[in-house]
Design a protein around this ligand. Structure first.
Ligand code: ATP
Ligand code: MG
Length: 287
């Protein structure tokens, strides 16, 4: 899966001015056209790494590559990189700056110099997709935190980057909006967009990501397909992560001889269909 990376970090090290070593020789590849999740405890270095992916931070050692080429840090190269790699910040307050939601979401596409019609198509599309149309005339600073997060996502989606990086996309969102955002990522991913996100939600990473990296103390301590990563109990313990509930329930069913399938379910429906025995909902429905 990683034969064709769109982004790479090669031995990237970075320290903040106060002396905090946030990344220690991190090497990794982001597979093109896939959804990659980053897990890891607070302070692991996920946000710091993401800020390297579109050149907001510059490595103190090592390098970042986009589409096979080293990232360069002159003004033009950075503008070009940021057209291709869009970041939704962890904290929407650091991203939103316009007076109204409409101005906010249209700022990026207008700046790209696109024809007006294309700008409105993208802006309306991004607002509809994130459920923010009804907020369009509201000042961004009066929105609730979850609404801000959705506007911040619309902001970047309207730019149609080749890589969408989203730092904790579902933090602060209610369950319905969280699902909606993840479905949206699936849709854009289906159209070829590479998606990268960080999360503290193991269930989300397990069921939504194609590939997972686990970070701790500024380093990658594990990686693999979701089923590989969550099979490694030592790794999970080291990272302080739980196993997804779907896997726990399935393993318990298997232990009791109640599972008919021999692979981990990715959805609730797959879990239900792996349970041996009568279909109770059908048998109950009969008179
Ligand atoms: N502006 C900053 N100045 C100094 N240290 C910082 C700064 N930003 C982050 N750090 C430190 O760098 C390390 C990595 O932080 P980072 O925000 O990248 O972690 P994270 O994995 O994104 O954590 P979280 O899950 O809490 O978002 C931490 O020790 C943090 O305290
Ligand atoms: Mg973070």
């Amino acid at each position: 899966m990683k034969d064709d990376p769109i982004l790479e970090a090669r031995e990237v090290s970075f320290g903040y001015p106060d002396g905090t070593e946030a990344l220690r020789k991190v090497s990794l590849s982001i597979p093109r056209g896939k959804k990659t999740a980053f897990l890891g405890p607070n302070g692991a270095g996920k946000t710091t790494l993401f800020l390297h992916f579109n050149g907001i931070l510059r490595p103190a050692g090592g390098k970042v590559c986009f589409d096979g080429r080293d990232v360069r840090y002159d003004h033009r190269s950075l503008l070009d990189l940021r057209k291709n790699v869009g970041i939704v910040f962890q904290d929407p307050d650091t991203q939103l700056f316009s007076a109204s939601v409409l101005q906010e979401v249209s700022f990026g596409p207008l700046n790209l110099g696109l024809p007006r019609e294309e700008v409105w198509k993208r802006v309306n599309g991004a607002m509809a997709a994130t459920g923010t149309v009804h907020l369009k005339d509201r000042p961004t600073h009066f929105l609730s935190y979850g609404q801000k997060k959705r506007v911040a996502i619309a902001d970047i989606l309207a730019m149609r980057p080749r890589v969408l990086i989203c730092d904790e996309p579902t933090a602060w969102l209610d369950a319905r909006h969280a699902d909606q955002i993840m479905d949206l990522f699936d849709k854009f991913n289906g159209e070829g967009m590479t998606v990268v996100f960080s999360t503290h939600d193991v269930n989300l990473a397990y069921s939504r990501a194609d590939y997972i990296y686990i970070m701790k103390n500024g380093a990658v301590i594990g990686e693999g397909l979701p089923e590989q990563v969550f099979k490694d109990l030592g790794l999970l313990q080291q990272a302080g992560l739980e196993r997804p509930w779907l896997v726990d329930v399935y393993e318990e069913l298997k232990r009791k001889g109640l599972a008919v399938k021999n692979s981990w379910p990715k959805t609730k429906e797959e879990l239900f269909s792996s349970i041996a025995g009568k279909d109770f909902s059908l048998s109950r429905a009969r008179p």
